[in-house]
Design a binder for this molecule. Structure first.
Ligand SMILES: NC(=O)NC(NC(N)=O)C(=O)[O-]
Length: 353
């Protein structure tokens, strides 16, 4: 079994791999955006939040120079011997796709070897709604990573210890150069006004749901099933290895908050020869005692299946069993929060804002 419960990130020897146990709140595929940057002469600021591992090809020289899969600014020249220069430093402003408590930041200089910035720092702020870059410039910013030395072609992991919900971050590179990726790992803290009194997806990452364990994630993580929108290919869902025993694969989620599920959706889109033959669903208040609310039900490949559930059971956890193995692109659990679930999301938001 793979335990996906959050790791202890207070350890001093933190790595980018430790942090990747938590969702990257800035990721483009989770709704993040790079709103503005001081400069992007060599390579676009938007690359900072690409979901894939940074790529590099040694022979891709375009009209502006070598093409990097990252954010790269022009060389700044200091004012020297009476010759005017371009002092200062570069910055990029990022909106988190999922606001939340930031537990750590990864500044990855992958492939930037002769042109990485010698230092970087990161700040964060909280401004709900849809603020413009100029409104954000006047926000109340908190330094979450102090000015820190960088080396080339390295993923630098910085722990963050500020117990507050943030919506935006600002990356500064000092003075200039290239950074391939900015990863902002943390815990999602949704705005309760978009959860209470509504029918919502209790399994959505953006509503605060998390995977707590699974039997197998050989090809891809089950947390992919909780991403917004549709999977664009097989790799954007959950896929297990072929089982050669009599068992079956499963995943357990902690739902966004305690609630009642009215409709379960199992999407096998893009899984044409490796969809599970069948699925069943159970719920629990404590992740120990389980009650089945959808018996073993046949699935089709490459199909979005929806099942209306009669169950009125209140639950905080859900377990999906896939029989015997295979993949699911998305899992959606449409339902409503219980009064205690509504209270919990409201209190958490208020305590962190
Ligand atoms: N994109 C670039 O060409 N950058 C630079 N040069 C090379 N070769 O990467 C640089 O910083 O001068």
């Amino acid at each position: 079994m793979t335990d996906l419960s959050p790791t202890d990130l207070s350890a001093t020897q933190l790595s980018a791999t430790d942090l990747s146990a938590l969702p990257d709140l800035a990721l483009r595929t989770l709704g993040g955006s790079v709103l503005a940057a001081s400069d992007e002469s060599f390579a676009a600021k938007e690359n900072l939040i690409n979901p894939w591992t940074p790529r590099f090809s040694p022979e891709t020289f375009g009209v502006k120079g070598q093409e990097y899969d990252g954010w790269e600014t022009a060389r700044r020249r200091p004012c020297r011997d009476g010759v005017p220069g371009d002092p200062g430093h570069d910055w990029a402003l990022v909106r988190l796709g999922l606001p939340g408590v930031i537990r750590g930041v990864v500044v990855d200089t992958a492939w930037f070897k002769g042109n990485y910035p010698p230092h970087a720092s990161v700040e964060a702020c909280a401004l709900d709604g849809h603020p413009s870059p100029s409104e954000l410039a006047d926000a109340d910013w908190t330094e979450i990573v102090p000015r820190s030395p960088l080396t080339g072609d390295t993923a630098h992991a910085f722990p963050v210890d500020v117990e507050r919900r943030f919506t935006h971050v600002r990356l500064r590179m000092l003075p200039d150069g290239g950074i391939a990726r900015l990863r902002v790992h943390g815990e999602v803290v949704p705005d309760p006004s978009f959860l209470t009194g509504l029918t919502v997806d209790l399994a959505a990452l953006e509503n605060g749901a998390r995977v707590t364990g699974c039997s197998d994630m050989f090809y891809s993580s089950p947390e992919n099933m909780l991403f917004p929108g549709l999977a664009r290919n097989q790799s954007e869902g959950w896929e297990t290895a072929r089982r050669r025993d009599d068992g079956n694969d499963w995943v357990v989620l902690r739902m966004a908050a305690p609630g009642r599920i009215a409709v379960a959706e199992f999407d096998t889109t893009h899984l044409k020869f490796n969809a599970p033959a069948a699925v069943s669903l159970s719920v629990s208040a404590d992740a120990e005692t389980w009650r089945e609310i959808l018996p073993r039900t046949r699935l089709q490949p490459d199909t979005r299946h929806r099942f209306r559930l009669d169950s009125d059971v209140e639950a905080g956890y859900v377990r999906a069993d896939v029989h015997p193995d295979g993949g699911l692109a998305r899992l959606r659990l449409w339902g409503t929060l219980t009064p205690s679930g509504e209270r919990a999301v409201r209190e958490r938001y208020e305590a962190l804002t």
